[in-house]
Design a protein around this ligand. Structure first.
Ligand code: KIV
Ligand code: ZN
Length: 512
């Protein structure tokens, strides 16, 4: 009998709750496919009852993901639960995750309910959900700050009603590892029939301890499911980071003694995809997926690693998807080499047409840039999947002038619903002038809440990757554009964000 640790990814639900991280339905499906390649056990695809957009995203993922369990969050009421079940109809394996707050503070101030009412509602919701789906997860929100006696009563009751997973959230990231681990242990010891359910941990990172707390919940508390997100994405300081927690359990198998189903070689591609989609840049010194995670800069370290790599390396870079012998592609590389590199990067395009289009863009880029790195290819395919949709605005060409002492000017040609339009504007700098020229044509009135430029690889020959976050009538969207010319990359990113604002499939409301 193996002792397996279940990895429950909530990038598409709790991760997306992070302000500015909202994703379109198609972006969510793309990430879900990458999570499936990673062999994540459970994908929390969204919160079906929170908006039509969320419902459609959960439904799309449920209909397309075959290996991982697909889960929808739902408040503890019949309407939400029925909506979740409806969205999950097409799933091979479906889970409903229902929650209600149990801490004195949340019950009194947020729910305005008595503990007895909360207990009744928790029971009734699990009973209702169990009639629709066999796999039911229950979470007492703000569980870690709840009264332990009351929490034991709630958990005992929901097991009786048929909950199969009990998740104990540290909703506000208040826990410390030893205390959280002991809290889970106490619950498991005190709740009758605790062995009838899988215990799960869900930790937020407000004090920087989400990974440590989750691991303590497993090691001390005996939990066998960890809830986490790619890059630790999530509200405020984020959630427990998947890549860190998975690599900790794998690297220190001697200590944890647990099996994982995860194919870690797809971790880096997942991290890049989430970062590119949301515009949340990964810090260079981030464990496992940061650009410096495996870079040895000091002479002593480099010397040691060359003599014997385990002098300073505890994990192999290849094991998380950093290619060992990176063959850089260039303009002489053929379609097969390109296709193979995509496979190595864990990217599968949906059709031959998408592959051909991506290859054509690759050739175009290779004409302008002598070495094409993995990062360039990932940027290119993310452009490709965006280009798959019928877009309102398209980039055609741009020219701009900037000279010391003169006001920068830009002239732009874009397509609006298939028709070419031109405009010129001046601005503080060439990027400002270009975006003003676009805005004069489009008149979106959107407010820019983030503009960031990132060099995709390490030299001045690198492509610039620009993220633009726009806000309009309560909606927040991200647009990403890549090009060796950062002014062009900025224009592409701006157009991509405008397309999302224009698209009706975009999610409208944040979680209620
Ligand atoms: O942090 C939290 O409490 C949650 C629950 C909805 C599980 O995300
Ligand atoms: Zn959470």
């Amino acid at each position: 009998m193996t002792d397996k640790l279940i990895i429950f990814d909530t990038t598409l639900r709790d991760g997306e709750q992070s302000p500015g991280a909202s994703m379109t339905r198609d972006e969510k499906l793309r990430i879900a496919r990458q999570l499936e390649r990673l062999k994540v056990d459970v994908i929390e695809a969204g919160f079906a009852a929170s908006s039509n957009g969320d419902f459609e995203a959960v439904q799309l993922i449920a209909n397309n993901i075959k290996d991982s369990t697909v889960c929808s969050l739902s408040r503890a009421n019949d309407r939400d639960i029925a909506r979740a079940a409806e969205a999950l109809k097409g799933a091979n394996r479906a889970r409903i995750h229902t929650f209600i707050a149990t801490s004195p503070l949340h019950m009194e101030k947020k729910l305005r309910m008595t503990p007895e009412q909360v207990l009744e509602q928790a029971k009734q919701s699990v009973r209702f959900a169990r009639n629709l789906v066999a796999d039911i997860e229950f979470s007492p929100e703000d569980g870690y700050r709840s009264d332990v006696d009351f929490l034991c009563r709630v958990l005992e009751a929901v097991i009786k009603e048929g909950a199969t997973t009990l998740n104990i959230p540290d909703t506000v990231g208040y826990a410390v590892p030893e205390l959280y681990g002991n809290f889970i242990k106490t619950l498991r010891e005190r709740v009758p029939n605790s062995d009838k359910a899988i215990w799960s941990v869900h930790c937020h990172n407000d004090l920087g301890m989400a990974v440590a707390n989750s691991l303590a919940g497993v090691k001390i508390g005996g939990a066998r499911q960890i809830e986490c997100t790619i890059n630790g994405l999530g509200e405020r300081a984020g959630n427990c980071s998947l890549e860190e927690v998975v690599m900790a359990v794998k690297t220190r198998k001697d200590y944890f003694g647990l099996e994982l189903g995860i194919d870690t070689t797809h971790i880096l591609a997942a991290s890049r995809m989430v970062s590119q989609t949301t515009g949340f840049v990964v810090q260079p010194n981030k464990a496992v997926v940061g650009a410096n995670a495996f870079a040895h800069a000091s002479g002593i370290h480099q010397d040691g690693v060359l003599k014997a790599r385990d002098t300073y390396e505890i994990m192999r870079a290849e094991d998380v998807g950093w290619s060992a012998n990176k063959i850089v592609l260039g303009k002489l590389s053929g379609r097969n080499a390109f296709k193979q590199r995509l496979q190595e990067l864990g990217v599968s395009l949906d059709s031959e047409t998408e592959l051909n289009n991506a290859f054509a863009r690759f050739k175009e880029l290779a004409d302008r840039k002598s070495e094409i790195f993995d990062e360039d290819i990932l940027a290119l395919v993310s452009d490709e999947s965006a280009a798959g949709e019928q877009e309102e605005y398209g980039f055609v060409s741009l020219s701009q002038t900037s000279e010391t002492g003169e006001q920068p000017k830009a002239s732009i040609v874009i397509t609006v619903a298939g028709t070419e339009k031109r405009s010129s504007a001046t601005g503080n700098g060439p990027v400002d002038a270009s975006l003003k020229a676009i805005e004069s044509l489009v008149q979106s009135g959107a407010e820019m809440v983030l503009y960031s430029v990132n060099a995709i690889s390490g030299s001045t020959e690198s492509q610039g990757e620009v993220t633009v976050r726009l806000q309009n009538s309560g909606r927040v969207v991200n647009g990403v554009g890549a090009d060796p010319d950062i002014v062009v990359a900025s224009a592409k990113a701006y157009l991509s964000a405008l397309n999302k604002l224009h698209s009706k499939s975009e999610r409208v409301a944040a979680q209620g």
